[in-house]
Ligand binder design. Structure first.
Ligand code: ZN
Length: 283
């Protein structure tokens, strides 16, 4: 297992962590000031800055891009909706390529309005992924399926476990070529009794493309916007990192905190200082 206490060499900042107070230009400068070598920008922030301009600034700052947020969200009420989602994902792949992203993060999407058919949403997610995978391969942008905690299955992500994500990868990419893998986020997966076996399975196939950290607060006051800073909750982050790194994962560790009433309210300078400190001590 890597020793993180010495430097910030594998740290990446997901822009969501400070996006309420900073635009992408400020986030890039903040990462540089705090010695954080990686970044994971969101589409709306990159588009606001301009894709070419954002790409130039990220490159000039010498930052690695651990992932681009985000694609997927395929399920739709009709064919036209599905086609629109696919077209939007193709654009996201091109944007990810422009900034040199190591992956495009893919959420399955929830059930479309009025639907009670979760298996249908999963089939639509699979079909959407199949439709965009050739373009992702051609662009050199791997797709990272990120399972989200099951509390989001209805409205955000019909893929809830790492086993499901691994199964998707095997079904869509039976020969195990590059271009399709998984993002492992401790917040979404720490509860899963099959996590250890599924991390091994993903690692053995060389498909772990990203590793995200934050913490699960008790109590959690908001389903979406009350994630904790590493060390403030109940997730044994070093244990999960150990599982991931035991497979040979040597990539970036991305800090992604949605926290409307706490971290989003603080001065981003303070947030980045604490992110760096916790990365060295509790991740
Ligand atoms: Zn994540």
């Amino acid at each position: 297992m890597r020793d993180l206490s010495r430097d910030l060499g594998h740290l990446s900042l997901n822009g969501a962590t400070v996006r309420e107070r900073w635009d992408l230009g400020q986030i890039i400068e903040g990462c540089v000031r705090h010695g954080i070598p990686g970044i994971a920008p969101w589409r709306d922030q990159l588009q606001a800055l301009g894709v070419a301009e954002g790409a130039r600034r990220i490159r000039d700052a010498g930052l690695s891009v651990s992932g681009y947020c985000r694609g997927g969200m395929f399920p739709a009420v009709d064919e036209a909706g599905l086609r629109a989602a696919i077209a939007d994902n193709l654009r996201a792949i091109d944007e990810a390529a422009a900034i040199g992203a190591q992956c495009l993060v893919i959420l399955g999407g929830g059930m479309s309005p009025g639907s009670k058919d979760l298996p249908l949403a999963r089939r639509q997610a699979r079909d959407g992924l199949a439709a965009i995978l050739p373009h992702a391969r051609a662009a050199g942008v791997p797709l990272a399926i990120e399972p989200l905690h099951p509390m989001y299955a209805a409205d955000r992500c019909c893929i809830s476990t790492l086993k499901q994500a691994n199964d998707f990868c095997e079904e869509l990419n039976p020969r195990g070529e590059r271009g399709l893998g998984v993002a492992i986020d401790v917040y979404h997966l720490f509860w899963d009794p099959e996590l250890e076996a599924e991390v091994e399975r993903a690692g053995a196939a060389g498909r772990i493309l990203a590793f995200h950290v934050c913490d699960w607060l008790v109590p959690t006051r908001d389903m979406l916007l009350d994630r904790g800073m590493m060390g403030d909750g109940v997730i044994d982050i070093p244990h999960i990192r150990g599982l991931v790194e035991a497979t040979g994962y040597d990539g970036l560790i991305e800090v992604e905190i949605f926290s409307r009433d706490d971290w989003w309210k603080r001065d981003p300078e303070e947030v980045l200082r604490i992110v760096a400190e916790r990365y060295r001590t509790v991740v």
